[in-house]
Write a protein that binds this ligand. Sequence first.
Ligand SMILES: NC(=O)c1ccc[n+]([C@@H]2O[C@H](COP(=O)([O-])OP(=O)(O)OC[C@H]3O[C@@H](n4cnc5c(N)ncnc54)[C@H](OP(=O)(O)O)[C@@H]3O)[C@@H](O)[C@H]2O)c1
Length: 355
Amino acid sequence: MSVRPTNRKVVLVSRPVGTPADSDFRIDEESAQSPADGEVVVQVGTLSIDAFIRTVLDEGSYHSSVRLGSTVTALGVGRVLESACDGFAHGDFVFGPLGAQTVARLPGYALRQLDISRVAPTDYLGALGLTTGVTAYCGVVAVGAVQPGDTVVISGAAGAVGSVAGQLARIAGATNVIGIAGGPEKVAFLIDELGFDGGIDYKHEDVGARLRQLAPTGVNVMFDNVGGDILDAVLEQIVEGSRVVICGAISQYQRMDHVQGPRNYLKLAERHARMEGFAVTHFHARFAEAEAALTGWLLDGRLTMHEQVERGIDAFPATLRLLLAGGHTGKLLLRVHDDTKIETNDVMRDEETST
Ligand SMILES: NC(=O)c1ccc[n+]([C@@H]2O[C@H](COP(=O)([O-])OP(=O)(O)OC[C@H]3O[C@@H](n4cnc5c(N)ncnc54)[C@H](OP(=O)(O)O)[C@@H]3O)[C@@H](O)[C@H]2O)c1
């Protein structure tokens, strides 16, 4: 009799108030079931730790809320252990909504086969990831329509989406790319490693005053990941015809019942400017174009993705807290199983691993 693989999964037991606590989750262990017809069993390799995970822990989330007693939602990459679905075979690399667990059983239609001949599996979570590279591409190219010569400001700039968005703004021809991030090390990272023109440490500097120095002619595009006071400070300095891209508002995610809206929205009228929000899923028709462009820039070195990798499924709650507190730089990942860590020979990655 064959031994079934064991699945360790992170289950939501209570809805967090503010910062998620360990006691809001439970780790369950079970024997993974065989795949039913059309299903695939996947050894989860690496999970993408995304800001949206905090929002699905609440009731009534825009993305489907996690039910109490269910496995927490997460995107990830892994390898097929068993397949009862045409088109998937043992050992294939896949991407999908694998969940915060070590072994996932999903219908084949929920999974995507990955081509790892030119890029690493984790690139499909970071530089090419739906919630990272593709989101940044849609925000910069489709919504923000960054033009040559623009001054572009990015908030949450040293995180996953922000760090890609700043680099894409430069590729689109922006001549002044300014990132807002928490702490001098993150500002140095933006300038020294990602080639931003300037950085503002919102934890220690007056954002408005510093922005007047770094962007004396004003701001053409604001790519906002943060919301709240930072959005207001930048709205003050938009110019005629600016585009304000609402990608996210992480400063508000732990207080969704009393979100702080923009106080300075009248600047949009005064400056004939446009504020437009988006969810990456609205741009399904452009995913292939985005992935092709991002792959090209990743391979030719114009796009850098710094990955910070935490380890072990039991560290999921702590890793989510790390994301919300900004305790990471670049793309935050949780490695659940090492078998999927296959790097292609021709792709070098700048990776920081903490255990
Ligand atoms: N529209 C879409 O379809 C879409 C898709 C994916 C992601 N997003 C959004 O993109 C944003 C970034 O997500 P991500 O997954 O890439 O996470 P991330 O940027 O890697 O991590 C979140 C960052 O937010 C910053 N932060 C946290 N609390 C803050 C606060 N109160 N004020 C200012 N900054 C704060 C932290 O950096 P510091 O150390 O600098 O504070 C932290 O590094 C989120 O708003 C997310 O919802 C939108």
